[in-house]
Design a protein around this ligand. Structure first.
Ligand code: GLU
Length: 504
């Protein structure tokens, strides 16, 4: 029987979670659900220089908002805890020691300055410095020194790091669930630092030890980690542990041009690259939530960045995704980010909400704009929402689309005002009289009576309808005119007509 599926999302808390990281979390979540497995969150905070306060809370809040909270993490089903690497600090040293004892790692005493000098010398010759089999016998480490020399340095408390002794002359034939077979020449790898002089493991060591101890079955992560795969597999081998399966997700690409999607692309084109807003003393970065996107939308568009179900289907709920998601259908090539399409997705989810729910969301916005919360009747709002939602991507666009329902226009669209002719005021006065006479003031009835009056007097449609709309809305936009008339009511309609007659 194969191992139970246990996958992880293992971000470093170095700032707000980029949307690419969210996609990694989502794919892990979906893979876990699809395979009746476990999705856990581990915080990789061994690099204390890069730690940013608030980032961990942000990550958790973002996953909760999207509905993809982990099954296990800090403070939740801590079966393999702690889930914060800084709290596991004591544990890693023994594994580094084990690798030294088995000849898979060595002490390196080289100072940062001496390595820097070497690096520069080589760069001047047009070469690159890489710490590995080609030079490790000549550097300041326990492979080059005698055992006695090494021990003296250690007892003298000289600073050192522990490096991996990469095996030489091997071609590694590895398997990636998404990429298939991948080959690596071990002679091209460098001897990565596994343990630092500050007593902390590096990402590589801590990540492998924890993936093993937390019984990770699959490592699903971004393509930028593919170059680390040979080292990671070699580490599993050195420890004598079975390696998990690996799946490296394709990059998320800029909407225009080439390369990885960056925060700068978002700033330039006006879309967020973070799930939630991120605020610091220096400023803030916008988030999908605050822009008015629904979590369903974000889940849906992220799922389609590098994956599809093999059909043309585009709309998927989280539950549906959890049923059909398959790592084998993840593409190898990068996925273009499409901010316009993302808005289209939000429109689709907006249209799925009930008018009552949308009206409730809209209520606060109306109150903010009119300052009159107690006067807003929810039934009226529901009706308005049903008339305008078709044109909106977000609830926060509703006000712009419907403000004329709540207040008379204070200006008239210049181009549309050309429809206001010499004879218009007289016709509008007649219209007022007609409207005054209507007792059952509902859309259909008003329309019938007004149209009958126009037909009987052989008044062309354009002569009435456009100036009428202009008077009520201030422009030639909006839903069915007689719906507007009914909703704003008889008195207000007549008042607006009178105002237009005196202004235009
Ligand atoms: N801590 C790494 C990161 O920040 C995790 C990479 C991995 O999943 O192995 O992305």
């Amino acid at each position: 029987m194969s191992k139970p599926v246990r996958v992880r999302f293992a971000p470093s808390p170095t700032g707000p979670l980029h949307i690419g990281g969210v996609r990694t979390a989502l794919f892990n979540y979906l893979f876990a659900k699809k395979n009746k497995g476990t999705f856990y969150l581990r915080i990789e905070d061994t690099d204390q220089n890069r730690f940013v306060a608030g980032a961990e809370e942000y990550i958790l809040e973002a996953l909760e908002w999207l509905g993809i909270a982990p099954d296990e993490t800090i403070g939740k089903n801590e079966k393999f805890g702690p889930y914060r690497q800084s709290e596991r600090k004591e544990l890693y040293r023994q594994y580094a020691d084990q690798l030294i004892a088995t000849g898979n790692a060595y002490y390196a005493f080289d100072t940062a300055d001496s390595l820097d000098t070497l690096r520069k010398e080589l760069e001047n010759e047009g070469k690159t410095f890489i710490y590995n089999h080609s030079n490790r016998d000549q550097l300041n480490n326990s492979l080059a020194l005698t055992e006695e020399e090494t021990n003296t340095k250690l007892t003298n408390g000289e600073e050192y790091v522990i490096r991996f002794k990469t095996p030489i002359n091997e071609t590694l034939h590895l398997h990636d669930v998404i990429r298939g077979d991948v080959k690596f020449d071990t002679n091209l790898l460098d001897d990565k630092v596994l343990f630092k002089s500050d007593g902390m493991p590096t990402y590589h060591l801590a990540n492998i030890v924890d993936d093993h101890l937390m019984e990770t079955s699959h490592v699903i992560r971004g393509e930028e980690w593919l170059p680390s795969m040979p080292l990671h597999v070699l580490l599993y081998r050195a420890f004598g542990w079975e390696a998990p399966e690996f799946a490296h997700l394709p990059l998320i690409l800029k909407p225009i041009g080439n390369g990885k999607l960056s925060k700068r692309d978002g700033d330039k084109m006006g879309f967020p690259v973070f799930p939630l807003e991120w605020k610091t003393a220096e400023g803030s970065s916008s988030g999908y939530r605050e822009k008015g996107f629904y979590p369903e939308t974000v889940v849906n568009f992220l799922a389609l960045l590098g994956w599809n179900d093999g059909t043309e289907k585009e709309l998927f709920t989280l539950e549906e995704l959890a049923q059909v998601f398959d790592l084998k259908r993840v593409h190898k090539s990068g996925a273009k980010f499409d901010p316009e399409k993302n808005k289209w997705f939000n429109h689709q989810y907006l249209m799925k909400k009930s008018d009552e729910d949308l009206a409730k969301q809209f209520q606060l916005i109306v109150a903010e704009n009119t300052g009159k919360i107690e006067e807003i009747e929810i039934n009226k709002l529901t009706r308005i929402v049903s008339l305008i939602k078709e044109r909106a991507h977000f609830v926060n666009e509703f006000w712009e689309l419907s403000n004329y329902f709540f207040e008379a226009p204070n200006s008239y669209d210049e181009k549309a005002s050309k429809n206001w002719k010499e004879e218009t005021p007289a016709l509008m006065l007649q219209l007022i009289t007609i409207l005054e006479g209507i007792s059952d003031f509902n859309s259909i009835n008003i329309e019938n009576i007004v149209k009958e009056w126009m037909t009987n007097n052989e008044i062309g449609m354009g002569k009435i309808m456009q100036p009428f709309r202009l008077s009520l809305v201030g422009a030639l936009k909006g839903p069915h005119l007689f719906d507007i008339v009914e909703i704003i009511g008889k008195d207000e309609t007549i008042a607006r007509l009178k105002k237009a007659i005196t202004t235009l």
